[in-house]
Design a protein around this ligand. Structure first.
Ligand code: FAD
Length: 394
């Protein structure tokens, strides 16, 4: 019998083509073409450097195989091939599984880990437009969201797709291809931006969507986007993302935790619920962190949403004369309401924003759960397995 070898694979259905894994791989074992991101079995040394940087968990796929899948085969996939249960079993495979699990545990510390879509979520369309065949959108508007005095320039950008279908669900992202060429004359890699409008359009039943983009110092794509005028044309890939999705169950309890542009998907979530069930009460809660209200995108419109529809808990870290408060502090201050979501079988948690927030938020949940007599690792595992715990940080 030929020797089995564990092969690391990327799930093309879940991968959002952010190319973070490719940038993180010290062995250059990960590469992409216009469609898929793939792993070269001959070069991958299972160092796991690519695992924590993946925002979706599409990177967490392993097969025990006698003959590894070639790069060419992986490039042709639209989904992972089914497991060969007979080959993927037995003591040799179990030993390999244990090795990979131990490495994964170490790599996942503080990261989002494996993700599943909410059971009731609509089925997303993914990868409709690729690097080889991008969509062309037209900028309908580009407005500054943060206060003029703040040194953070965050913009609301509306893109119109005209007659090209762009079926996006709340929580999905699209890729923006910056113009020009990068190092070695290669096309620039697209950057991902969460869609901040609901599925039926920024304007209901128009084929448009919005993005919430923060200008990064010397950032290629963010400066390109933030400077675009009305009527400019933009090349778009995607949509991407098959797990960070809104549950279809309108009565699901949803706790959203964000900083900065992490608010983008939650604007989409909230607008979807406003349009489909404006009478909804006490099912949505948003914990939003920023330096001051001047730094908080959508602060004005958010303030107008009734508290019964969307409970808002702001955490400001630089308010004059006030102690610094971060999202994890706000979660702890409202521990009773947070524990109610952890206990609720329809409770969903979404975390989006800066990667640095993950650890503090996770620790806050652990502390809140423990004070409420819940076992956080068990609660989190159960929530994750039923698509009710989601992290998207970048
Ligand atoms: P880049 O050109 O990629 O540079 C990034 C930073 O690195 C810049 O600050 C730049 O100054 C610095 N840098 C670049 N090269 C060097 C160098 N050689 N040495 C030192 N420093 C360097 N962003 C949003 O604003 N809104 C969103 O809704 C959003 N959603 C996202 C969703 C997902 C799933 C992911 C993965 C990311 C998301 N992002 C979002 C982040 C976004 O994709 C980009 O990473 C971000 O806009 C920066 O891209 P850029 O091209 O402007 O910067």
């Amino acid at each position: 019998m030929s020797t089995l070898r564990k092969q690391h694979l990327i799930d093309p259905e879940i991968c959002i083509r952010c190319y973070s894994c490719e940038a993180a791989c010290p062995k250059h074992a990960i590469e992409h073409n216009d469609v898929n991101v793939v792993v070269d079995a001959a070069s991958c040394n299972f160092c796991m450097d690519c695992i924590p940087v993946c925002p979706t968990g599409s990177i967490d796929n392993w097969r025990a195989l006698a003959q590894p899948y070639s790069l060419q085969a992986q490039y042709a996939w639209t989904e992972l091939p089914a497991r060969d249960e007979s080959a993927d079993a037995g003591p040799a495979v179990e030993a390999l599984d244990e090795q990979v699990a131990a490495l994964l545990d170490a790599a996942h510390q503080g990261a989002g880990g494996r993700a599943r879509a909410p059971l009731s979520a609509a089925k997303p369309t993914i990868n409709l437009y690729t690097l080889a065949k991008p969509a062309e959108a037209v900028v309908q508007g580009n407005y500054r969201l943060t206060a003029p005095g703040s040194d953070s320039d965050v913009r609301h950008i509306i893109l119109d797709f005209g007659a090209q279908p762009m079926p996006v669900l709340e929580g999905q992202s699209i890729g923006i291809i910056p113009p020009g060429l990068g190092a070695g004359g290669k096309p620039l890699v697209p950057r991902l931006y969460s869609v901040s409008s609901p599925r039926d359009g920024e304007r209901p039943n128009f084929n448009n969507l919005s993005l919430t983009v923060k200008r990064e110092p010397n950032g290629v794509a963010s400066n390109y986007l933030c400077d675009l005028g009305k009527g400019s044309k933009v090349r778009v890939t995607g949509p991407f993302g098959a797990t960070f999705l809104l549950p279809g169950d309108v009565n699901a309890a949803i706790l959203m935790v964000c900083t900065g542009t992490g608010a983008a998907p939650f604007r989409g979530f909230t607008m979807r619920r406003q349009r489909e069930n404006p009478a909804l009460k006490d099912r949505l809660m948003l914990v939003f962190g920023a330096r001051t209200p001047d730094y908080l995108p959508y602060f004005g419109p958010l303030a107008k949403i009734p508290e019964t529809f969307l409970k808002k808990l702001f955490a400001f870290s630089r308010l004059a004369g006030q102690p610094r408060q971060y999202v994890q502090d706000r979660l702890k201050a409202d521990a009773g309401q947070v524990a109610a979501v952890l206990r609720d079988p329809t409770g969903h948690i979404y975390i989006c924003g800066k990667r640095a927030m993950e650890q503090g938020v996770e620790e806050a949940f652990a502390g809140i759960a423990s004070a409420a007599g819940l076992n956080w690792p068990a609660v989190k595992t159960a929530m994750r397995e039923t698509g009710r715990y989601h992290v998207e940080t970048y």
